[in-house]
Design a protein around this ligand. Sequence first.
Ligand code: NAP
Ligand code: HSE
Length: 431
Amino acid sequence: METAVVKVGLIGAGTVGSSLAQLLLDANRVDMLIDAAGARLELVTVAVRDQSKPRAGIPSELLSDDAAFVAGHAPIDVLVEVMGGVEETRGLIEAALRRGVTVVTANKALMAAAGTELVQLAYANGADLYYEGAVAGGIPILRALRTSMAGERINRVMGIVNGTTNFILSKMTSEGSDYADVLAEAQALGYAEADPTADVEGFDAAAKVTILASLAFGTPLEGEVIFREGITKIRSIDVAYARHHGYVIKLLGIAERVGDHAISRRVHVAMLPEEHPLASVHGAFNAVFVEGAFSGPLMWMGQGAGGNPTAAAVLGDVVVAARNRVTGRCDAPLSVDETLQNYPMGELQTEFYLTVDVLDRPGVLALVTGVFGEHAVSIRSMEQSGFGDEARLTFITHLAFESDIAATIEDLEQLDVVDSVGACIRIVGEE
Ligand code: NAP
Ligand code: HSE
């Protein structure tokens, strides 16, 4: 029987796209891919912004600078979008889907903003839309949630889903370095962008958590704003305190059930006990920790960024897409659970680490702890370091409501004896 051919168009040949092109054009992989996909995958066109740039390994006759033509008109079965961006890219993907072309993307920003509508558009046109590369690079977590855990009641998904911030926090922990120095190193190594805002302020992780939650719980992908906090306020002194007390500081993305009808989705820095499985995930690695009602805790770990790991995940999607093209089927979209509410952040209860810089004078401690008491925040432990004008009080609280901690910080900042309130870090993973 003649081998079917699935024609692939690629938009973007940067970090991820050039690695994917290399995989698709590798003569040594052809037979393996035919076995896996049930078809020969033929890369027929590669759209880039600047066609004159040298592209190692990509024949020049495949190159185009007309992404709109590739998406809307080129004779392809599968479009791979790895150019990034939201508005323009959305138009390209919609054009491909409307003509029944399956789309594979690694674009977390677009999927978090409009994934629900795009997946429905794909299905309405007999096509698929896959996005494994969008979350945690090479870790195949989306398909695991969607297929292997399809019958499981997932209670919580918690992950280190941003490599840049994990690299920075790991270096601050292992070497005691300052945030600004490690950020500069991360930029020099190419982990962090010249403008690192999306990584260090948690936007990248928030998009990934939104996507993970949609697969774990059925929440929509419609650009909802979730609670997000980055790592920019973390100082080496916080990291040292955490280490000394058996914790590790991580930027976590968390999506969890609260009761039967609410989901809390959030990104924030957390102190994790050093024996927690996520605490030992260092450097630019990512990991996703899932708690299922029957499965118990599970964890996936791997390279969460970079051309090769992400291209491996994207290629897996292309293979599944090709199989469906050959058999003429497509996947039904995941249903959105309309009954689920967003659990309000203020009602969440957590233990907190909080530092307060104060004047070291008689009566100050009573004033400061009085503010905690006024807001029903119970103190588990307190330490003082420094003295004179440079005294710092470090508190660990018992479980407290987010709203009460916010009110406590607001009132502390009004006290004359308080110079500033430093980091406020949630303690996670002890339950
Ligand atoms: P990148 O290195 O900046 O590459 C972007 C590519 O898209 C370039 O080849 C660029 O062309 C091309 N491009 C940009 N605008 C275009 C346009 N209007 N028409 C045609 N081509 C255009 O980006 P990347 O790091 O590979 O990321 C791509 C996507 O994958 C993003 O959505 C990103 O979030 C996602 N992702 C990346 C990683 C990672 O580790 N990098 C991991 C997971 C997911 P030129 O080469 O001519 O400039
Ligand atoms: N900038 C991301 C990270 C990589 O540092 O994890 C792409 O998801």
